[in-house]
Write a protein that binds this ligand. Structure first.
Ligand SMILES: [Mn+2]
Length: 447
């Protein structure tokens, strides 16, 4: 991986240059002269003075590794160095941002501001500018006509599918951090700790606070792991004899880029552990089948065939895999898509985008939860995350269907307390080669 051998600084300069070109092209396709990108500001909760964790505008952090510099703004004008209006409050309640310094400052003209009004004064007339950000009231007040126009967002989102070397490197570094958390979480589970304690072990090992994680980690013990986006952390420990399984879907971020990793662990040997190992092999074989030009949908279908084969091998059904697929019965056991793009956002933009104009290709009716309808191409970063779940509400539907007799319900019920399995790696295509960033980082950890 070339992007792992060069310095972050050199990769960053090229990244900003690529963004300059993307923006110049997108702006030149409109009648605009420039774009003002607002980092955003924290939102307060209803009737209160407390704010939600601040999440910076992804279009802002695409340029700058600044995740908590609220109220800063970036002005992009083709042919000119981008201007950063760098917010430093004069405040004794909150710690103001440090002076701008570090590898990221070089490509920008940096103007410290003490209020948004300072940025407005520095901007001058706003005719011909577009605004990208959440605070449309401010943009209207400043008489910026175009607010989040599709004419800009569509090409920018479409091009975000192709990651620069800097972006690939950041996602790799995020994986390096994430696998350390996963290893600590596995150890905490083997000590029979609670979901809450495991989550804390994860955060401690990654040295990232909860709101810095790209998404709320899923730490699900036993049947909780059958809830795809399980959102709680049980604080009490279970007695060891009641512990079966733990699914942890937890990421980390680096310079605002996400890792998104899932692992499952069995507390003791048995059918569930065997299923994890079998799915792990299937996942690796799926990844080995990745090549440029392959529709992501095809890989999703390959996964379903492998899953149907596995269900038969494990004697959960006596249906032939082809017959299971013809009736879409694998959906009961894996009701989500095989993966999604990954980058500045955990579920990164562009999965359905077919061109710069914003043409969308929705997933086919038989695969409604598929998140990517494009072909796999060079410079993409995406997850591959097959699963097998024992979800009571979906299984009830199967049990009431005409196919019920083809399933081994005793065996299925024996797996209900284990919940589900998901194995998720982050895949990067670079110079036509397929790199499994997550496994690379686990191997580094083991070596
Ligand atoms: Mn994911």
């Amino acid at each position: 991986m070339d992007f792992d051998t060069q310095s972050i600084e050199s990769l960053y300069g090229d990244h900003v240059e690529a963004l300059n070109q993307r923006y110049a092209q997108a702006i030149e396709e409109t009648s605009l002269r420039g774009v003002l990108i607002d980092a955003g500001k924290p939102r307060t909760t209803f009737l209160d003075d407390q704010s939600y964790p601040f999440k910076v505008n992804p279009h802002f952090k695409a340029w700058l590794p600044l995740l908590d510099n609220e109220q800063s703004m970036l002005l992009v004008t083709p042919g000119e160095r981008p201007k950063l209006f760098y917010y430093q409050a004069d405040d004794y309640w909150y710690k103001p941002a440090a002076d701008a310094q570090g590898f990221w400052t070089e490509p920008f003209d940096i103007h410290p501001i003490g209020s948004p009004q300072d940025a407005h004064n520095l901007l001058g007339p706003t005719a011909g500018l577009a605004f990208i950000g959440e605070n449309s009231d401010l943009a209207e007040e400043w008489q910026i006509e175009e607010i989040n126009p599709d004419s800009l967002l569509n090409p920018l989102h479409f091009e975000r599918i192709n990651k620069t070397a800097y972006e690939k490197r950041c996602i790799l570094e995020a994986n390096r951090i994430g696998v350390q958390g996963h290893r600590a979480a596995q150890q905490a589970f083997s000590r029979a700790e609670s979901e809450f304690e495991i989550q804390h072990a994860y955060l401690a090992a990654t040295a990232q606070r909860e709101q810095e994680n790209p998404y709320a980690a899923i730490v699900a013990i036993n049947a909780n792991s059958a809830v795809l986006h399980y959102q709680h952390y049980e604080t009490s420990r279970l007695p060891q004899q009641h512990l079966h399984s733990m699914l942890i879907d937890a990421g980390a971020q680096y310079n605002g880029y996400a890792a998104d990793i899932t692992r499952c662990h069995a507390f003791r040997p048995g059918l569930y552990r065997d299923l994890i190992q079998a799915l792990d092999s299937e996942q690796l074989e799926l990844i080995a089948a990745i090549e440029c030009g392959l529709p992501f949908l095809d890989l999703h279908k390959q996964m379903q065939l492998r899953l149907a084969t596995l269900l038969r091998e494990f004697k959960l059904t006596d249906l032939q895999p082809e017959d299971m697929l013809a009736e879409n019965l694998t959906f009961t056991f894996m009701p989500h898509g095989l993966g999604h793009y990954l980058g500045l956002q955990t579920h990164d933009v562009g999965g359905y985008l077919q061109d710069r104009r914003g043409t969308l290709q929705q997933p086919p009716e038989a695969h409604p939860t598929l998140r990517i309808t494009r072909n796999i191409e060079d410079d993409q970063v995406f997850t591959i995350e097959p699963g097998i779940y024992f979800i009571p509400s979906l299984l009830n539907g199967l049990r009431e269907s005409e196919h019920a007799g083809a399933f081994n319900w005793d065996r299925i019920e024996s797996l209900l307390p284990c919940g589900g399995i998901r194995i998720e790696d982050n895949i990067c295509i670079d110079a036509g080669n397929v790199h499994n960033l997550t496994r690379t980082c686990f191997q580094e950890l083991d070596s």
